[in-house]
Design a protein around this ligand. Structure first.
Ligand code: XIL
Length: 335
């Protein structure tokens, strides 16, 4: 049977996954599977500030360059992830960045990083996760170091800098929590729409919305395909493309029985993708990992250590040995 990238390509879409340089440079089974299934690669870790910026004056592109080379040598598209985020800022950031140097530092970061890969990047996640309606601002913006230091114009600033450094890349605003018919997700969808409208009306060079799509298998009854599609239509009507950027389905609170659990997870993928792919503005799909062996859901988010869980998670298309699971079939059918 054809691979996910081939099935996607038959429909004029792309499919791929996030990965870190390690295991993508060390695990032979994983490497072979990745080459077979993925038409696009996004660095899960190696382009983030903590990874690229050992200190305020230096850049370390060792691992990011290896991933770029991997993508190129296997004919994959490459995404950029991510230039402005409140997480994964290095320790020096808080001590050394202040209101008077922040613009210059962000400008230099974007020039250098985006400039280095200019012409080689399909799409950049310029700003990641800027909305948090629970932070109590009327514009819905999350309280982040960027907002505190630069004010709400930091988004426009970042997109303009990225456009100047790589006029060809598709520039993306990437966000999570947009999926369900819950009060939180509804509020977030409307704040994101307002943000996007505002950016478009200012002439900010933004080209797409990245919908992360971190789903929860136990909450799937909250998925309403009609409402989700109407959100996608609203985004598309602003003239924006849409990418599903980080799809996975958390199975922590599902039945332990593997065949039951796999069926529920696969159904969540299929419901979600069949709704999303009806919208013509959706140009591609990435999962946040390809193999269950390396899912971030089994990591402690702050320490990066593996969590001790009562059973191993199975949120991704391939199992820990690289074999295709029901999730794989679900994605294949949705394309
Ligand atoms: C996660 C990685 O998967 C983890 O390995 C890392 O420790 C933290 O970041 N949304 C995003 C991604 O945009 O960058 C996050 O990736 C997952 C949530």
């Amino acid at each position: 049977t054809a691979s996910l990238k081939e099935r996607a390509a038959d429909k004029g879409l792309f499919y791929g996954s996030a990965a870190r340089n390690n295991p993508l440079s060390s695990d032979q089974t994983f490497i072979a599977n990745f080459i077979q299934e993925c038409g696009i690669l996004v660095p899960e870790w190696d382009q983030k500030w903590t990874s690229l910026r050992p200190n305020i004056s230096t850049f370390d592109f060792t691992y990011a360059d290896r991933l770029a080379k991997f993508a190129k040598s296997h004919d994959m598209l490459l995404r950029g992830h991510t230039l402005v985020w409140h997480q994964n800022l290095p320790a020096w950031f808080q001590e050394e960045v202040n209101g008077s140097n922040v613009e210059q530092i962000l400008q230099q970061h974007i020039n250098t990083v985006v400039g280095r890969y200019a012409g080689k990047i399909h799409s950049w996640d310029v700003v990641n996760e800027a909305i948090n309606v629970k932070d109590g601002r009327s514009d819905g913006l999350r309280q982040t170091p960027w907002l505190q230091l630069m004010g709400p114009d930091y988004l426009d600033f970042a997109f303009r800098a990225a456009a100047a450094a790589d006029p060809k890349a598709l520039l993306v605003y990437n966000e999570y929590g947009l999926d369900y018919d819950s009060r939180d997700d509804k509020a977030k969808r409307s704040a994101v729409l307002k943000l996007l409208e505002g950016l478009k009306s200012k002439g900010t060079p933004i080209h797409a919305l990245g919908i992360q799509g971190h789903l929860n298998g136990a909450g799937n009854f909250l998925f309403n395909p009609r409402k989700f599609r109407s959100f996608l239509r609203d985004v598309a009507s602003l003239g924006l493309k849409i990418i599903i950027t980080e799809l996975d389905v958390l199975d922590k609170d599902l039945p332990k029985n593997i065949s039951k659990r796999d069926r529920i997870v696969a159904a969540a993928y299929e419901d979600y993708l069949s709704a999303a792919l009806q919208e013509k503005a959706v140009i591609g799909v990435l999962t946040w990992g390809l193999s269950d062996r390396y899912t971030w859901l089994a990591e402690d988010n702050s320490s990066g250590e593996r969590l001790s869980l009562p059973f191993s998670l199975r949120p991704l298309p391939l199992d820990v040995n690289g074999n295709r699971k029901l999730v794989w079939n679900a994605i294949a059918r949705a394309f």
